[in-house]
Write a protein that binds this ligand. Structure first.
Ligand code: ADP
Ligand code: ADP
Length: 240
């Protein structure tokens, strides 16, 4: 069973189609990388997978469950009940280019707040789980620091810890290093490597070709809203 299955996905903004019928299966426990020129639709596809965008037509299933809208063979669409959608979406964690941390909260607060609001956890339990996640991204010593006191790489690791604290089965990364200075990208990529080594299912939009070639097991190339190729890195980048 694929972790995520995208079937004939079309996304239009007004009259302009930016995804022209994408078919893609994300294998569980592996890293799938989306590459392609700027404006080719990578971010839109990822946002549809997280149901941050509604596709115009086509379906997305997560662990075999339809997300957002089901579609019958006549193309008739039916909205999935909100509670079901929420349950499916909770399997997905997302990390963006911008870290979007709350500036008035510490690293620990940023990670634990989500647990308190989403899972109604007590402060004590939320902070304990948040700390576990900060340890995991190598930031236990920075738990009491505010975002302005952290480097971009550290802020992005807090954002990753925040997503992980909600215990997703699948993590989506949208250009997680592209707003970082070059010397800080390595620390974020290393956290992603650790996650991959643990068998986390990941979909990564990134220009870090080295990461895609070494950590990805599936590379998908988009161009002008079409999936031109999807396969193992050796077929995309050639054998070393
Ligand atoms: P990529 O991530 O590959 O750079 P995007 O998915 O961000 O590509 O964008 C694909 C195309 O969709 C681009 O032409 C972009 O301008 C367009 N697009 C993205 N979001 C919107 C929007 N909200 N409204 C209109 N066009 C959009
Ligand atoms: P990315 O490539 O990472 O999606 P962008 O700067 O292209 O970053 O897009 C940032 C935001 O602007 C997104 O929410 C996207 O949907 C929206 N957007 C992108 N292109 C357009 C567009 N042509 N018209 C309207 N909104 C757009």
């Amino acid at each position: 069973l694929p972790a995520i299955a995208v079937r004939n996905l079309v996304k239009r903004y007004g009259d302009t189609a930016v995804l022209h019928g994408i078919d893609l299966e994300i294998p569980p426990g592996q890293v799938s990388c989306l590459i392609g020129p700027s404006g080719s639709g990578k971010s839109t596809l990822l946002r549809c997978m997280a149901f941050l965008e509604e596709a115009t037509s086509g379906t997305i299933t997560v662990d075999g469950e339809v997300l957002g809208f089901s579609e019958n063979s006549n193309g008739m669409r039916e909205r999935i009940p909100a509670a079901t959608n929420r349950a499916i979406r909770s399997k997905i964690g997302m990390v963006f280019q911008q870290f979007n941390l709350w500036p008035h909260m510490t690293a620990l607060g940023n990670v634990s707040e989500a647990l308190r609001t989403v899972h109604k956890m007590s402060r004590k339990d939320a902070e304990a789980r948040a700390m576990e996640q900060l340890v995991k991204v190598g930031l236990e010593a920075r738990a009491g620091h505010y975002p302005s006191q952290l480097s971009g790489g550290q802020q992005q690791r807090v954002a990753i810890a925040r997503a992980l604290a909600l215990k997703p089965k699948i993590m989506l990364f949208d250009e997680p290093t592209s707003s970082l200075d070059p010397e800080l990208t390595g620390e974020v990529l290393n956290v992603m490597r650790d996650l991959a080594a643990e068998g986390m299912t990941m979909v990564v939009v990134s220009h870090e070709i080295g990461f895609a070639a070494t950590v990805g097991s599936q590379i998908s190339f988009l161009d002008q809203g079409r999936l031109l190729f999807s396969g193992p890195p050796s077929e995309v980048f050639g054998k070393p």
